[in-house]
Design a protein. Structure first.
Length: 232
């Protein structure tokens, strides 16, 4: 299988501008690769920098050193050096992300939040809504809620909307930041099945999961982030 993601010598330090410019090192020397159809799980203690690594891959955070190469459709982009417009284009064609929290949009129905990535990609509305409905059923979201905005849903329901939105597109690379943290056992099992199906179709996955059973079920490799944690 081809390499989809490669991190080399990646480092990140936060500068606290409101605290006199104090610099807080986060990670240094981060290096790993993920091939098509593989899942790499980032493991390490709280505060080790797992979420920061995901956000650097997605381009939300800029890294201070190193390279983050994403290869998709025969094109390679170094996220560490890319301009904002290049990162936005990469997200649209190659890079999915499921965060810990849903960005709830007022007055927008849940089903429209889920199918939006397909509409942006040019999929016809009818097909996009059907695929969204299929995912919502699998994730046990009652049909009576589909036309309601999820801002008033429970935390677990909001997370399942978030998961459905992240999984609806078939992209080469998918990032998962604790997708099962708010879910019960049955819905965790659904997420495991969804990850397995993505891997079977050749998607590379990078995930943070604290549930040991979920980790064992989806991980092909475990990246110990503790060894990259920067000294203060």
């Amino acid at each position: 299988m081809s390499t989809v993601l490669e991190l080399t010598a990646v480092a990140k330090t936060f500068t606290m501008h409101l605290q006199g410019g104090i610099r807080l090192p986060v990670v240094t020397g981060v290096a790993f690769t993920v091939r098509a159809g593989e899942c790499a799980v980032l493991a390490g203690r709280s505060g080790a920098g797992k979420s920061s690594i995901l956000k650097m891959i997605f381009g939300t955070y800029r890294c201070d050193a190193g390279s983050i190469r994403v290869d998709a459709d025969g094109r390679s982009v170094d996220v560490a050096q890319a301009e904002p417009r290049q990162i936005l284009a990469l997200r649209a064609r190659a890079l999915g992300y499921v965060s810990q929290f849903l960005r709830a949009i007022p007055r927008v129905p849940a089903i429209d939040i889920v199918c939006e990535p397909l509409l942006i990609a040019g999929v016809q509305r009818g097909e996009a809504r059907q695929r969204a409905a299929d995912l919502l059923r699998r994730l046990n979201i009652p049909e009576r809620l589909w036309q309601l905005p999820p801002a008033t849903f429970s935390g677990g329901e909001q997370q399942r909307i978030n998961i459905a939105r992240g999984f609806i597109s078939d992209l080469p690379l998918l990032l998962l930041d604790e997708p099962t943290a708010s879910l019960d056992a049955s819905n965790r099992a659904v997420v495991v099945d969804l990850v397995t199906e993505k891997k079977r179709r050749g998607t590379a996955v990078v995930a943070i999961v604290h549930d040991e059973d979920v980790r064992a079920a989806i991980a092909d490799t475990v990246v110990d982030v503790n060894r990259f944690t920067a000294a203060a």
